[in-house]
Design a protein around this ligand. Structure first.
Ligand SMILES: [Zn+2]
Length: 959
């Protein structure tokens, strides 16, 4: 019914009026003051409004839904609302990378406002029932406490309608004088987080503004509806904030999580947009659903969804539920909210991009309609919470009572012994604190029973040293704890069958995101889970004390050593290189002055470095988690002496990172973030489409982040550009390619690399198998001297050795196979194609490292790596393979990995290094710093870029 009215209401003000073309063309906007030609259907059906409360239009200059509101007018309106109404307060909670403040509004009745802190405190008691005095207090709170709602909008900056809806919802809740709105204010405390990703939205709206023409165009494919690379989904560093809840890398998430955990909301709504030709999707999700979501919470989601459906039916609008949206990954806004006990609801509106879109029937969907749908959804969800307040609170309390009890399921204790990389461990502990988890650092030895480590090994008992991080299950955030730390959650058997059917019969998948994510594996920390631990004594972790004045003593006679296992060493190296220091890195372990040093230790010889070296090091040691030790001699007790050739001079990395289409935005973003934010290295993002034209001599490292398909990269890097890159490598450059870009580089046609995609060498698999055997044997050398020194006339050990080798090959069946015949070859091809169908979509697998290779420095001998996609890499001498995936039996650690994928990926290369002329190529099979939290494999990328130019290339001696 409303459709007829709203169609064609858009009017454009004549150009040149207020503020010129820019003001007219704000993303298809109406000029300031423009209103709709015909009054469209009201956002909220009935009701009266307080005229003293400013309407959005009176502040932002256009009607809600006429176009997308920009950040500055939005903030102006939020302030105006808080100023004009004693029902509304405005709280800043974070500051984005680009310096924009993020706010939430709190709207509730004057009586609730007067006791807001008491409400917060009472709710905190429900959230932690150990703090309730008695059952009577619990009853009192459940009877009287308003429901707490957190309404979150536009985490994806290019999903515009959510923020405009938030503004309208806020206005309605503040201005409504009708009984329905008053009831919402009385029964609820409503927080509105209107714009979760202001940097993304502003970037996107600026793009749409520049792409907008004079004539309105509802073609959804026109650029004014889609923007440019990287559009607006991600934040400043192009991270998807709707995946960031687990890792909390960004200030937007950190501030928001802190506010949400302080408020303990019972309802969290997360409002999105999807493809423009679609309708409207909302809760509940379809399988797989995370096993740690409380069944009661899911039941509430179904009921809220039923109310929302009824609200849509009143308008006759189209919608659907339980289709493409699954909830296995617990790091989406509403999924994470579910893990903290809230009814977490998601919705998706067909994107209209601030203008209007012609849909498949030819009907035009307007921006205002999109906004309207979100407003109706939000009001329906709030009404559901108000109507069921008491029952929802009662269930919430019951769930938290279970959480703090010792009862199952999800019991046991997580244990993480102190790591050699203290900086990484400190970041991990800080993150768990941000997640609201209760942590203990053990003061004494812990005896544990029924222990399983994250590699899958089980033992009856184990002891853990003092300093071990202990996280017990009986705590308020038990669900979240198990969801983010649990090593290997299993999908249901029914879902596995469903997924298998989808793969085999339709060649598609039901899985929407990564199937593995747990934090111990991501951080590459040794994680354990124990059924029982005895008498843990200890205290919560304390923040690291400031160490402004680190005393390194008087300048030593010879130099300084820095332990390379701490990942803060990269930040130290950046400072040193920028201060014209000459750090060297050891490629062998050694002992000096009664202290043992690993490979990767940094040496600074005093005579090679500026006079100011002691002062520079004092500053670094004060700021960072690193261990600096003075040494007075170059003579080692064990291993190489400090004046020799085992200490390689590093060369300052001059880094270009390929950006722009077809580079995957998030892979570029996480790489850029790693070097720019994490370690403070100056890097140049360069346009990948211009690699054929730019002066590559300025750089000694070029990083190609992941691309979704190597063919896309082939579309922008033509033959002559590839030749150019090869010449640059030959002259001493380090080319680092990740994921799909590695597949591009490994393609034989490029003539760049000796690494091959498995699909291209199916006839030679035996040769590669042999190479893997030799590589493994080389790490466990045993020499039989009798064989070496045998002479004619003595017995013939040579012959014996041959016999042994034959026996072994027969026994294991791993003797090199004869070359495949043509028909074999076709069969292999078909089998490989079939196996590729089962490629993982994000699973943790074991990678084994060559500890002698510099790419592995600072890492243990095995790390979990997250892999996805259909590429498997084959490598053999002279290509070095510092990181190789484990054999079939030891491969899968977490997430869905079908047996076919296991077989296909076993023993393949994860990271390779090969010399090309004076330079080198480093390939890494997936994005090793995915989502900015793979602190284990992320070090491979740091080593490649920071150590690479010094360790793996030949640079000229200065003139
Ligand atoms: Zn979205």
């Amino acid at each position: 019914m409303s459709r007829k009215i709203v169609q064609g209401y858009r009017t454009f003000a004549p150009a040149g009026g207020t503020g010129g073309l820019g003001a007219v063309l704000v993303a298809g906007a109406l000029a300031a003051g423009t209103t709709f030609a015909q009054p469209p259907a009201p956002f909220v059906d009935s009701g009266t409004l307080d005229p003293e409360i400013p309407t959005p239009e009176s502040v932002i200059g256009h009607a809600v839904g006429a176009t997308a509101v920009r950040y500055d007018p939005l903030v102006k309106y939020l302030n105006a609302l808080a100023d004009a109404s004693d029902l509304v307060t405005l709280t800043p909670y974070a500051r984005s990378h680009e310096g924009r403040t993020l706010y939430y509004l709190t709207i509730t009745s004057p009586a609730n406002h007067a006791r807001l802190q008491a409400i917060k405190a009472d709710n905190a008691k429900l959230a932690d029932p150990r703090t309730l005095r008695n059952a009577a207090e619990a009853d009192r709170i459940v009877e009287t406490l308003p429901g707490v709602a957190w309404m979150a909008y536009a985490i994806h900056g290019d999903e515009l309608s959510s923020t405009d809806a938030a503004m309208q919802v806020a206005y309605q809740l503040a201005a409504g004088t009708d009984a329905a709105t008053r009831t919402l204010r009385e029964r609820l405390v409503i927080h509105i987080d209107p714009l979760m990703n202001p940097d993304g939205r502003e970037r996107y709206l600026a793009q749409l503004q520049t792409l907008q023409g004079k004539v309105e165009n509802p073609d959804y494919q026109a650029m004014q509806h889609g923007g440019l690379w990287s559009a607006g989904r991600g934040n400043h560093y192009l991270f998807d904030l709707n995946r960031d809840w687990l890792m909390q890398v960004h200030p937007e998430t950190r501030g928001r999580a802190e506010a949400i955990l302080a408020w303990n909301p019972h309802l969290v709504v997360d409002s999105h947009e999807m493809g423009g030709l679609d309708t409207y999707l909302f809760d509940p999700p379809r399988e797989p659903i995370n096993i740690h979501l409380a069944p009661r919470t899911l039941e509430w989601r179904r009921r809220f969804s039923g109310d929302q459906a009824a609200a849509f039916d009143r308008h006759g609008w189209s919608y659907y539920t339980r289709e493409w949206y699954e909830e296995w990954y617990p790091g989406y806004t509403n999924a994470w909210a579910g893990m903290i006990g809230a009814i977490g609801i998601l919705y998706e509106q067909a994107a209209v991009n601030a203008a209007s879109i012609k849909q498949a029937t030819g009907r035009t969907l307007t921006y205002r309609e999109a906004v309207h749908h979100h407003v109706v959804s939000s009001m329906a969800n709030l009404t559901s919470l108000a109507n069921n307040r008491r029952a929802v609170l009662s269930d919430y309390l019951a769930d938290r009572r279970w959480a703090v009890s010792g009862e199952g399921p999800s019991t046991g204790t997580f244990l993480l012994p102190p790591a050699a990389d203290r900086a990484k461990q400190a970041r991990f502990v800080e993150l768990l604190g941000r997640q609201g988890l209760e942590l203990t650092i053990a003061e004494a030895v812990i005896e544990a029973t029924g222990v399983i480590d994250m590699w899958g090994n089980r033992r009856e008992t184990a002891t853990f040293e003092p300093g071990t991080l202990v996280i017990e299950s009986a705590q308020p955030q038990r669900r979240l704890l198990h969801a983010i730390l649990g090593f290997d959650p299993h999908m249901t058997d029914a879902f596995l069958t469903e997924e298998r059917t989808e793969l085999e019969s339709r060649r598609s998948s039901r899985i929407y995101d990564t199937t593995a994510w747990n934090l111990p594996m991501a951080y590459g920390l040794e994680g354990y889970w124990a059924e029982g631990v005895d008498g843990v004594r200890g205290a919560p972790p304390q923040p690291e004390p400031d160490r402004p004045d680190v005393d390194l003593g008087p300048p030593p006679a010879y130099g300084y050593l820095i332990d390379g296992r701490d990942s803060d060493v990269y930040r130290a190296l950046v400072v040193l290189l920028e201060s014209d220091c000459k750090p060297r890195v050891a490629d062998k372990p050694f002992s000096i002055a009664d202290h043992a040093y690993e490979r990767g230790t940094v040496l600074l010889r005093r005579h090679e470095n500026p006079e100011s070296l002691p002062r520079i090091l004092r500053g670094i040691a004060g700021d960072l988690n690193i261990d600096v030790r003075p040494v007075d001699t170059a003579l080692s007790e064990k291993g190489p002496d400090l004046g020799g050739q085992r200490f390689h001079l590093l060369h300052p990395p001059r880094v270009a990172i390929a950006s722009q289409w077809p580079v995957a935005t998030t892979s570029f973003g996480s790489t850029w973030y790693l070097f720019d934010q994490r370690i403070g290295l100056r890097v140049s993002p360069v346009n990948v489409q211009r690699l054929g034209a730019i002066d590559l001599r300025k750089y000694n490292v070029l990083v190609l982040p992941h691309v979704w398909s190597p063919g896309l990269l082939g579309g922008v890097l033509d033959e002559s550009t590839v030749k150019r890159i090869k010449r640059w490598v030959e002259a001493g450059g380090t080319l680092v390619a990740l994921g799909g870009a590695a597949a591009f580089v490994a393609d034989e046609q490029r003539d760049l690399s000796g690494v091959r995609l498995k699909r291209n060498v199916l006839d030679e698999l035996a040769v590669y198998e042999e190479a893997v055997e030799r590589e493994r044997a080389a790490r466990e050398i045993t020499v039989d001297p009798a064989t070496v020194w045998s002479r004619p006339g003595t017995s013939s050990p040579q012959a014996e050795a041959d016999d042994d080798a034959d026996d072994e090959a027969d026994a294991t069946g791993e003797k090199p196979k004869p070359p495949a015949s043509d028909s074999d070859s076709e069969a292999l091809k078909r089998a490989d194609e079939w196996h590729r169908l089962f490629a993982p979509q994000g699973a943790f697998v074991t990678a084994t490292l060559d500890p002698e290779h510099w790419l592995s420095f600072g890492l243990p001998e095995r790390v979990p790596v997250l892999i996805g996609g259909g590429f498997a890499y084959m490598s053999r001498y002279p290509v070095r393979t510092p990181v190789r995936l484990a054999d079939e039996d030891h491969l899968r650690l977490s997430g869905l990995l079908w047996p076919e994928a296991r077989q296909r990926l076993a023993d393949t290369a994860y990271a390779t290094v090969e010399s090309v002329g004076r330079g080198q190529i480093v390939l890494i099979a997936s994005d090793p710093f995915f989502r900015g939290y793979l602190e284990g494999s992320g070090r491979l990328l740091l080593n490649a870029v920071i150590l690479g130019p010094g360790m793996g290339t030949s640079q000229p001696v200065p003139w």
